[in-house]
Design a protein around this ligand. Structure first.
Ligand code: PAF
Length: 285
């Protein structure tokens, strides 16, 4: 497995692979890999000749007072995990190489889609994500790129960017991987102690409750949101950031499920202690 730390070398290698007729599957990550990331890698390995995993804690997508400095990092552990998978190359650049002094080019999906849900409390976050992801696409030249459904707003924003800017890359959403307890895998789970981990189960519990109501015929999203709220509020350590029921394509709010053809996203952000957790369910209606 090759490890590239340099942007130019990574790009040259990717171009050589393309010239040799190989297809590239890219898994962009910020490292501290867990089973959720490895599920993306396995999906990529099924469909592409070559799998590239990027590991870069992107400073541009963290706001002031967010956890950029504390974000967990363990590149040697990540590399050994990836060696056990079918990965041809890891791209682990420095921030200075990605954003040299004087860097001033950004890519932003504007409007409601990036201002609601996580974007409301994290202004500039999605601009940082789309900027780095477009750079990764230019450097690693993937045919397909894999993103977890866990960050559903991120995938939807990237899908819109790819569509509207005519990137020739296919975006694949990979379902959420959960611990046996139901907790969605996240690098940030490392911030939780055992009591908080137990409390964090309330996110999935509330989502499952909403799904049960939908399967029982409930269409009114105000009723669904209220049901979710009452379950989360019963957990003393949990503070709700948002509960949103939105369209799977453009994140538009949905008042009644009868108005939806296809899938609806039930998205939840909850603070447990100082850790903000997100989770969601995509439900066919
Ligand atoms: O989901 C992540 O880990 C990051 O937001 C991504 C897509 C790698 C961009 O930095």
């Amino acid at each position: 497995m090759l490890v590239f730390e340099n942007v130019r070398e990574m790009q040259k290698w990717s171009l050589d692979q393309k010239k040799a007729g190989k297809t590239i599957g890219l898994v962009p990550t910020m490292g501290y890999l867990h089973a959720g990331h490895l599920a993306l890698v396995k999906e990529a390995a099924k469909a592409s000749d070559i799998v590239v995993v990027s590991i870069f804690v992107n400073p541009m997508q963290f706001g002031q007072g967010e956890d950029f400095e504390e974000y967990p990092r363990d590149i040697s552990r990540d590399i050994s995990l990836l060696k056990a998978e079918n990965v041809a190359a890891v791209f682990a650049p420095s921030a200075r190489d990605m954003y040299p002094v004087g860097y001033s080019t950004f890519l932003e999906v504007t409007g409601e889609m990036t201002n609601k849900l996580c974007g409301k409390k994290r202004p500039g976050h999605f601009k940082g994500v789309t900027t780095v992801v477009s750079k990764l696409f230019n450097i690693c030249i993937p045919d397909v790129a894999y993103f977890g459904q866990k960050d559903i707003q991120q995938v939807i924003v990237i899908e819109k960017m790819v569509k509207e800017l005519n990137f020739s890359v296919k975006i694949e959403r990979v379902p959420i991987v959960r611990e046996a307890s139901g907790l969605a895998m996240s690098s940030r789970n490392v911030y939780l102690d055992e009591v908080q981990k137990e409390a964090a189960l309330v996110l999935y519990k509330a989502l499952q409750y909403a799904e049960k109501l939908i399967n029982g015929g409930e269409k009114d999203t105000a009723v669904l949101s209220k049901g979710i709220e009452s379950i989360v509020k019963a957990e003393k350590l949990a503070i709700i950031d948002y509960i949103e029921i939105v369209d799977d394509v453009d994140l538009a709010n949905v008042a009644n499920l009868s108005n939806i053809k296809g899938s609806v996203v039930i998205a939840l952000a909850v603070k447990i202690g100082s850790t903000r957790l997100i989770d969601n369910l995509v439900v066919e209606v």
